[in-house]
Design a protein around this ligand. Structure first.
Ligand code: GCU
Ligand code: CA
Length: 621
């Protein structure tokens, strides 16, 4: 079965490096705020001088507004202009004040549709609307100083450090934002945003960075420590329309959230979201979701891919929910979530108050959660619940939080109203014995657990299917005993068209061996150690299109073993097959390839004298 390969566009765009127009340094000239009267003495109000420097740079067609080392108290709102780079040198701090002289919050006819902080932009330390080509750079700091408001501010009070609406071309590199009030940074309706090496420390205040109704975003090397949400992607109605979101990549970053969500979609979810890649992210601490995704206000969220993510101290590791709040000005219906993948994810949860990882769709045919794959997702949860009841928990469909759904009757995963959800090589374990099932799927279709390992429930079952047709469960407990599967009103379907092609069922130019544990099927292909040694499969696609080939392999050496890949005889690239650490350590490497409808010959051939790795299978998604 060939599923539409949803992330092909974003992967190709990334490869071409063309998706985000990075703002250049705006203008050549430098405008030193000291030359415009700023003192940097930490006590005078430097805002008028800073504004003069910005306006002079703007009048000159753009330029760099430079803050040399020093503390610049800023008692009023700074109005940013297009084509300005704000450069905060090391030792420079722009600091907020508590004198209540920031711009007043503007009226917003659409402020019923989201929180106060989302609905008002002017009351910020730095504000700009419809700006192009702007940047913040340097090793300096912008610090609210403990004066920014985390709730609803009064006139003259600011509740954000940086607020930018409808911007095009924003770069935020290296700076630190501290004590941000409601939001250290709020952008809404922007496009072409890049950020490298940004630090946000607002763990004593509220949100880190809210990226609202924004497209074309690259965030690398961020370190965001928030109290409420650390990095949140939202789409509200504060600009008076439903706007698109997507083409976003976040990688190599650290996130923590004291109270709430670390990496979050929502809760404001008016416009659709598509094309997100999150890679190499460490999350430590989050009292709600580590990886949260909710469609509350009619949003369709699709094509989101999480890869190589480590979570610790997270209360609800993974949560997806479709709710029916419908809080937007466009009379939205109920949304949906589809085509989401999680690969190489671990979470070790908090020791108490756990919320089981959950996928909770709505029951309408178009409101389910569908086409979700978990590969190599390993969750360790607190456990310790001795109630083996299996009823559907309570749900408040207007609430997005993990606790809007009552205690789940499963300790590992609870799935409701989902379709085509696959777990491959994934596991759940608990810290203390639990009588609930490891996994329950309710009112769902096509739920597949493949090579799933679940710590044995102290209750009567490990996996329970309720009204779930087309399920297939293959797996064991941690001692290697088969999972105890029970069902009510559900039919098993393990003979559905397989997407996995074992190496031993294809053509192996080498030997089919079974001496290194951990392979699937009857063995693996030990390719001959020679240039050109190959493995071939014939894979079937139901329709032409881009597919993902997932190769499972082990390479117990310290050197990658690259292989050239051809499909139907046409070269489509090289797969590197990095060292896995041991011949018994199996990993996957995924590539996107074009397939034609019907049979396709997939062939990989070693490019070095070491030959290929040991190959277990290829899966076609
Ligand atoms: C070892 C290992 C084989 C592997 C080979 C290699 O002999 O046991 O499974 O194929 O190394 O380097 O290719
Ligand atoms: Ca070999």
């Amino acid at each position: 079965m060939l599923r539409r390969l949803v992330n092909a566009a974003s992967v190709l765009a990334l490869a071409a490096g063309a998706a985000v127009a990075v703002p250049g340094v705006a203008g050549a000239a430098t405008f030193n705020v000291r030359d415009y009267g700023a003192t940097g003495n930490g006590s005078s109000n430097d805002t008028p001088a800073i504004q003069r420097a910005i306006d002079a740079a703007s009048a000159a067609g753009g330029g760099t507004v430079l803050f040399p080392s020093g503390t610049y108290q800023s008692r009023n709102t700074i109005h940013l202009r297009s084509d300005i780079t704000v450069q905060l040198d090391a030792g420079a701090t722009l600091r907020g004040a508590g004198n209540d002289q920031y711009d007043e919050a503007e009226d917003n006819p659409w402020d019923d549709y989201q929180d106060y902080g989302h609905s008002h932009f002017h009351n910020s330390m730095i504000y700009g609307d419809r700006l192009d080509n702007i940047a913040f750079t340097g090793d300096g700091v912008i610090d609210g100083g403990g004066h920014l408001i985390t709730g609803n501010p009064d006139d003259g009070e600011a509740d954000k450090i940086i607020t930018l609406t409808r911007c095009d071309g924003l770069r935020i590199d290296d700076i630190t934002l501290r004590r941000g009030g409601h939001f250290a940074m709020l952008i809404n309706g922007c496009t072409n945003v890049t950020s490298d090496n940004l630090t946000i420390d607002t763990a004593s205040d509220r949100d880190g960075w809210n990226v609202i109704s924004t497209t074309n975003v690259r965030i690398t090397n961020a370190d965001i420590r928030a109290n409420d949400d650390a990095l949140a992607f939202k789409s509200d109605y504060a600009l008076g329309s439903k706007l698109p979101n997507g083409n976003v990549q976040v990688s190599d970053s650290y996130l923590s959230a004291v109270c709430c969500n670390a990496l979050m979609f929502g809760s404001e979810t008016c416009g659709d979201f598509t094309g997100y890649d999150f890679e190499r992210i460490t999350i430590d601490g989050s009292n709600k979701s580590g990886l949260g995704m909710v469609s509350m206000d009619g949003t369709v969220i699709s094509d989101v891919h999480y890869r190589d993510i480590t979570m610790t101290n997270v209360r609800s590791a993974i949560m997806q929910k479709v709710g029916t709040r419908r809080r937007c000005g466009n009379n939205p219906g109920v949304g949906r979530i589809h085509d989401i993948t999680y690969e190489n994810i671990t979470s070790t949860g908090q020791s108490s108050n756990n919320f089981t990882a959950t996928l909770w769709g709505e029951s309408g045919a178009n409101n389910k959660i569908s086409d979700v794959t978990f590969r190599n997702v390993d969750l360790t949860v607190p456990g310790g619940n001795d109630d083996d009841a299996t009823g559907v928990p309570s749900n408040d469909p207007n609430n997005y939080n993990p606790n809007s759904i009552g205690t789940r009757p499963a300790y590992g995963w609870y799935l409701r109203n989902v379709n085509n959800v696959r777990f491959v090589d994934s596991s759940v374990q608990f810290n203390s014995g639990d009588e609930r099932a490891a996994v329950i799927a309710n009112n769902s279709t096509a739920v597949v657990l493949d090579d799933f390992v679940a710590e044995r429930s102290a209750g009567p079952r490990d996996v329970l299917l309720q009204n779930t047709n087309g399920y297939c469960v293959r797996g064991t407990n941690t001692s290697g005993d088969a999972l105890r599967v029970s069902q009510t009103g559900s039919t098993e379907s393990c003979s559905a068209p397989g997407t996995r092609y074992e190496a031993e069922s294809g053509l192996c130019e080498g030997t089919v061996d079974s001496n290194h544990a951990g392979f699937s099927g009857a063995g693996f292909c030990n390719t001959t150690n020679a240039v050109g040694s190959a493995q071939e499969w014939t894979v079937t696609a139901t329709q032409a299109g881009t597919a993902t080939l997932v190769f499972r392999y082990a390479n117990g050496t310290t050197t990658a073993r690259p292989m050239d890949l051809t499909v139907g005889g046409t070269p489509v690239g090289t797969v590197s097959f990095a060292a896995t650490g041991a011949w018994t350590t199996w990993q996957t490497a995924s590539v996107q390839v074009p397939l034609t409808a019907g049979a396709n010959t997939v062939r990989i051939a070693a490019t070095t004298a070491n030959g290929g790795p040991n190959l277990d299978y290829v899966e076609v998604l």
